[in-house]
Design a protein. Structure first.
Lengths: 129, 195
């Protein structure tokens, strides 16, 4: 039977996203719009590796960073660079939203993502015995 | 670690983080980009980058990007035709009543399927080879559609209840073994469903 993708957030995503929204009015919508495009394409049956767009960046361990490019910029002007970090788990069909940030926090954001995916894989391995 | 709560759509997720008003306005915005998002998915399905599609269609890469990020009302039929041309797809336009329910869409598509199958049978009449091809295809379609429907049924109904709904038996004079589920046997069985 065809499996359907779902979205889950990391424990710290809600806080990070709320902080991000406070300082980046409107940019969150650009990121979420691109996330919606990405998620709909996953749901149409494509593997993450086959989804190519200017707004998707490859990061270590299968993590992807979605940026703010494209979309409706009305009232935003030239948006500053931002990244929404996700991990599409092709074993469980769960798209994890890990964290969100701008260029300044990029290094620590990627580290948080790598830690998250490493932990996730450890849990999966433990579950599989 | 990961939060247990799961979302089946991005708009559902976004609505949780913003005010009701903001959520509704954003859902309307996402809805206004459905066609552009479908074109994005189709290009990816074809395994083409924006650049490769641009080369195939003769439009620029930035135009491809613009189409994929557009709101549907700003897209022209010309844009869509050019985009589809590069993906070797035909454009079919259909008009449906505003707010047509999913149930009615299922009925609509079933009627369309039936019409197409009848057309295939109609145009093949008088040509033995084509008649056989039409028959074979109808059998194959019946098999696949039935399988698809049963897969959907599994989602909404426990196996036991399904068994009570349908009792499919082989014709009494059948020489086929009961476990033979090839399309041809299956289609024969379809016509012998017990009431």
């Amino acid at each position: 039977m065809k499996r359907c993708w779902i979205i889950q957030e990391s424990d710290f995503f809600e806080n990070k996203f709320s902080q991000f929204r406070k300082h980046n009015k409107g940019i969150d919508r650009l990121l979420i719009d691109n996330l919606d495009t990405y998620f709909n394409t996953l749901k149409s049956g494509l593997l993450p590796i086959n989804i190519q767009a200017g707004f998707i960046h490859k990061e270590p361990k299968g993590i992807k960073a979605i940026d703010q490019k494209g979309g409706n910029r009305k009232g935003i002007g030239t948006p500053k660079q931002a990244r929404l970090y996700i991990f599409p788990d092709t074993d469980t069909y769960i798209l994890y939203l890990i964290t969100v940030g701008d260029k300044n926090s990029q290094k620590s954001d990627i580290k948080d993502c790598v830690d998250f995916v490493t932990d996730l894989k450890k849990i999966k391995e433990a579950d599989n015995g | 670690m990961a939060n247990e709560r799961a979302y089946s759509s991005v708009s559902e997720l976004y609505a949780k983080h913003v005010s009701a008003e903001e959520g509704e306005s954003f859902v309307r915005y996402l809805d206004s980009r459905k066609l552009a998002k479908t074109l994005f998915a189709l290009r990816n399905k074809a395994g083409l980058t924006q650049n490769e599609l641009a080369k195939k269609t003769g439009i620029t890469q930035s135009k491809v990007s613009k189409i994929e990020h557009a709101q549907d009302v700003t897209l022209t039929i010309g844009d869509i035709l050019q985009f589809c041309d590069g993906l070797n797809l035909q454009l079919h336009l259909g008009l449906m009543p505003d707010g047509m329910s999913l149930v009615n869409k299922v009925k609509f598509h079933w009627n369309e399927l039936q019409k197409h199958l009848e057309t295939i049978q109609e145009i093949s009449k008088g040509d033995t080879v084509m008649e056989k091809a039409a028959r074979d295809f109808t059998v194959e379609a019946a098999h696949n559609i039935t399988n698809g429907l049963f897969a959907c049924l599994e989602n909404v109904m426990p196996k036991q209840e399904q068994d009570e709904l349908f009792t499919v038996s082989a014709p009494s004079d059948s020489k086929e073994r009961p476990e033979d589920c090839s399309p041809e046997t299956h289609s024969e069985q379809l016509f012998h469903q017990e009431e």
